[in-house]
Design a binder for this molecule. Structure first.
Ligand code: GLC
Length: 580
């Protein structure tokens, strides 16, 4: 992949995911039953035979579809690319294809090719076109991918493959589907619609490496600069991806993208009214931007071709907010700070630091700032490496932007230290010291004969920068920290579930040591709920750390008792240290 294409990918920052297909027509409802999962999985949820599902095509007539309007809304909200579902798992092609008659032009009264119209609008608004293509799952095809029941069920109750029309997997020939449909369709998509910035594959499941690499070879032959996402499978990707609605908790070293929903579905659903707020979406955008990640935000248009009114409202809110702040987002560099700041998100543009303020006290004090500030949006003063910012009344604004212009490239000390009295210690900045192999976890009396689970997982870093799987009581998590001065600090742990609606079962204790001082013991029982948009996040106070004099030292986190086998499924986001 060329550096130019990677740079262009990183510079875009914000895109619109568009999930649009026949599933928008039922919108999650069937025979009086309301679907309790993501809308584009309608067919699998209701195990609807292809014969019956295909009838939706005869009714699909999105007379209000207007590609220009969709793309204008994306452009107004500051989005620089779109990713459109050319073919989702239902196998129905939402573009003009010669490979399969099961497509929007042939089978619907609408008869138009939305992808062609979207591509033209993208050209007009200088938005890049990306294409989603379900390369493994295809419920319409007998030979479409199916990992079988051994792979479990999606969201616990939906078959991955179409085992209602095609229950017998023994005769399947995936390569017949792959070379008969996927390769020729991706060829069409990368030949007939101009430049494609991303090919977005999904659900690779157990796809064999030769298929992922054949698809990669084709993409690189047709459009070498088209970036491929990680869900192509088998490491054939150009950029990394987070899980659905997953955010980052520390800077990503590699280009990465986070796909997110506005409510709890990708495809339109009549009954999902659980919309995130405009402020939450803006915060997610900025939080991802400072961590080197792109945000691919989904819309699920209706079967008439319209965005739901709530979607329009949120997009308008983003459009208003982003005006005048574009320079601090697009083509910006990630935060130069080695940790997330609790009072701001930070990006860099050339010699400028851009602070998007999460808190707006009258004064902010930053340490370890080495360069000289020559200009700022607010009053400032520098004393050695300490920088004082005096803030006007910015309350009530969503992430107001304060820019600081430095004499040269801003130079921030690469050391973990409190900023404005608070330090968020991310596991990504720690050294994970694996303890010796433990056969049992302390605190659980296990009858030797009946050891059902041997809990021996070492803590590891999840792709979102959190700590996961931690079930070994002798592991130590170590941070080297600098405290510029003595003082008392309140300690707490920020933890979260790994997926939505996951039950909270984090039963363990945590202990922190500072240069030999035992700082806190606490059950990891949630005391305070952080209203997070998707995952459950909790803050658990851990005690007080007394720093007798300024200086450098090791902060060590241990978990001497892990009482629940599920504790490892609760991820540690950070240790929060607050000056009292
Ligand atoms: C999941 C869903 C799929 C959706 C995708 C978006 O993989 O299965 O339906 O398109 O997420 O990221």
């Amino acid at each position: 992949m060329s550096d130019k294409a990677i740079q262009a990918f990183c510079d875009r920052k914000f895109g619109m995911f568009i999930h649009w297909g026949l599933y928008a027509l039922p919108g999650g409802r069937h025979n009086g039953e309301i679907m309790n999962s993501i809308g584009e999985w309608f067919q699998s949820y209701f195990r609807m035979p292809n014969r019956e599902y295909a009838k939706f095509a005869a009714q699909f007539n999105p007379v209000n579809f207007n590609a220009d309007e969709w793309i204008r809304k994306a452009a107004d909200a500051g989005m620089k690319y779109i990713v459109f579902t050319a073919k989702h798992h239902d196998g129905f092609s939402m573009y003009d294809t010669k490979v399969s008659d099961y497509n929007i032009v042939k089978m619907t009264p609408f008869g138009r090719d939305p992808l062609r119209e979207l591509a033209a609008a993208c050209e007009k608004y200088k938005i890049k076109l990306g294409i989603y293509y379900s390369h493994y799952l295809d419920w319409h095809e007998e030979d479409g991918g199916d990992p079988g029941r051994e792979a479990g069920l999606n969201c616990n109750f939906m078959s991955w493959g179409n085992d209602w029309d095609f229950p017998d997997r023994s005769g399947k020939d995936f390569s017949r589907y792959f070379y008969g449909k996927v390769i020729p369709q991706v060829t069409e998509l990368l030949t007939n619609y101009g430049e494609v910035c991303e090919l977005w594959c999904d659900c690779p499941m157990d796809i064999r490496p030769e298929f992922s690499s054949a698809l990669r070879d084709l993409v690189k032959k047709l459009q070498p600069d088209c970036m491929i996402n990680a869900r192509i499978g088998n490491g054939c990707n150009d950029f990394q991806g987070l899980g659905d609605n997953q955010l980052l908790h520390s800077k990503s070293p590699l280009p990465i993208e986070s796909p997110g929903t506005l409510n709890n579905t990708w495809g339109f659903k009549y009954d999902d009214h659980d919309w995130k707020s405009t402020e939450q979406i803006i915060e997610q955008l900025v939080s991802l931007t400072e961590k080197n990640a792109n945000y691919l935000l989904n819309v699920g248009p209706t079967a008439l071709g319209e965005f739901p009114p709530e979607t329009d409202r949120i997009l308008r809110g983003i459009a208003e907010w982003i005006q005048g702040k574009e320079d601090a987002i697009y083509a910006s560099q990630p935060t130069p700070f080695p940790q997330e700041l609790d009072f701001a998100y930070c990006t860099r543009s050339g010699n400028r630091l851009n602070f998007f303020l999460r808190k707006t006290p009258p004064e902010l004090i930053l340490d370890g700032i080495r360069g000289r500030v020559v200009r700022a949006d607010v009053e400032f003063r520098q004393e050695g490496e300490r920088l004082f910012l005096k803030l006007p009344d910015l309350s009530g604004q969503t992430l107001p932007l304060v820019r600081l212009e430095f004499e040269g490239k801003p130079d921030v000390r690469q050391e973990l230290m409190p900023q404005n009295g608070t330090l968020l210690l991310s596991p990504a900045a720690a050294e994970i010291m694996e303890g010796k192999e433990e056969r049992k976890t302390a605190g659980i009396e296990i009858d030797e004969a009946a050891i059902v689970h041997e809990v021996t997982n070492h803590a590891k870093l999840d792709r979102d920068g959190t700590l996961c799987d931690w079930n070994n009581v002798s592991d130590k998590i170590e941070w080297e920290v600098f405290f510029p001065e003595k003082g008392d600090y309140a300690l707490s742990a920020v933890t979260q579930t790994r997926w939505k609606n996951q039950p909270w079962d984090g039963d363990r204790s945590l202990v922190l040591h500072w240069n030999g001082q035992r700082a806190g013991v606490k059950e990891l029982l949630p005391e305070e709920n952080d209203p997070s948009p998707y995952f459950t996040r909790k803050l658990s106070p851990l005690g007080v750390l007394h720093i007798p004099e300024g200086g450098r030292g090791k902060l060590i986190l241990e978990s001497p008792e892990i009482r629940s086998e599920n504790a490892g499924k609760i991820n540690l986001n950070s240790i929060r240290i607050n000056r009292i």
